[in-house]
Design a protein around this ligand. Structure first.
Ligand code: DGL
Length: 218
């Protein structure tokens, strides 16, 4: 089965790797669209044009399943893509709000791009899943995905550490769980964890991989 994936760069490789561990024998094509990074700071119209180009390229390659390995593109564009390409199975990546609210955490912190934080889909996920005893703090991280894109592969981690230090210094309460609502942030799990040693970091990668496996088996 031909499975296509795209993201604004290297973030979605964390999803690709998770899928490959449970589906090692499929054919994969991954678009690392770094020239358009960051997606999280683009308008709906700009994003729709960008994701359409990616989907066209993957469709021409023969993809039957396309994984949107990006929370921003999923929360902002998956409905649009499904309406434009009814023959393709799209699997989206969403902030793992459901997983986080199903733990007994009371303080949940959601880190994501400004585009994801402002999306209607995120509001719906909160309305559907938040429990009455839970506080969920939404933390937009403008520029962080781009910083990871520019520095992660050359192992230049200092700018990322400085960014995180500034970001977390203004938090009022220590979270019990952090949702990594951008695939780029999964790459820097260890760095984020070093600020909050004992707390759980959650991303949606395993859920995406499980959904792809289900579709392949069908
Ligand atoms: N990795 C993406 C996400 O999951 C997009 C980051 C960006 O380009 O802003 O949201």
């Amino acid at each position: 089965m031909k499975i296509g994936l795209f993201d604004s760069g290297i973030g979605g490789t964390t999803i690709l790797n998770t899928i490959k561990t449970i589906l090692p024998n499929e054919e994969y094509q991954y678009i690392a669209d770094s020239k358009n990074c960051p997606y999280g700071e683009k308008s709906d119209q700009e994003l729709q044009n960008i994701v359409t180009r990616n989907v066209e390229a993957l469709k021409n390659w023969g993809a039957k399943i396309i994984v949107i390995a990006c929370n921003t593109a999923t929360t902002r564009c998956i409905s649009y893509l499904r309406s434009q390409y009814p023959d393709i199975h799209f699997v989206g990546t969403e902030p793992a709000i459901k997983l986080a609210t199903n733990t007994n955490a009371q303080n949940i912190l959601v880190m994501a791009t400004p585009g994801t934080i402002e999306s209607e889909r995120l509001q719906t996920l909160l309305e559907e899943n938040q429990k009455s005893n839970q506080t969920i703090t939404l933390l937009a991280c403008p520029g962080l995905a781009d910083l990871i894109e520019q520095n992660y592969q050359s192992n230049n981690l200092a700018p990322i550490a400085n960014y995180l230090k500034q970001l977390f210094k203004n938090l009022d309460t220590k979270p019990d769980v952090i949702v990594l609502g951008c695939t780029h942030y999964s790459l820097i799990k260890n760095q984020i964890q070093s600020f909050f040693r004992t707390i759980q970091l959650i991303d949606g990668n395993s859920g995406v991989a499980a959904r792809v496996k289900e579709l392949v088996q069908k």
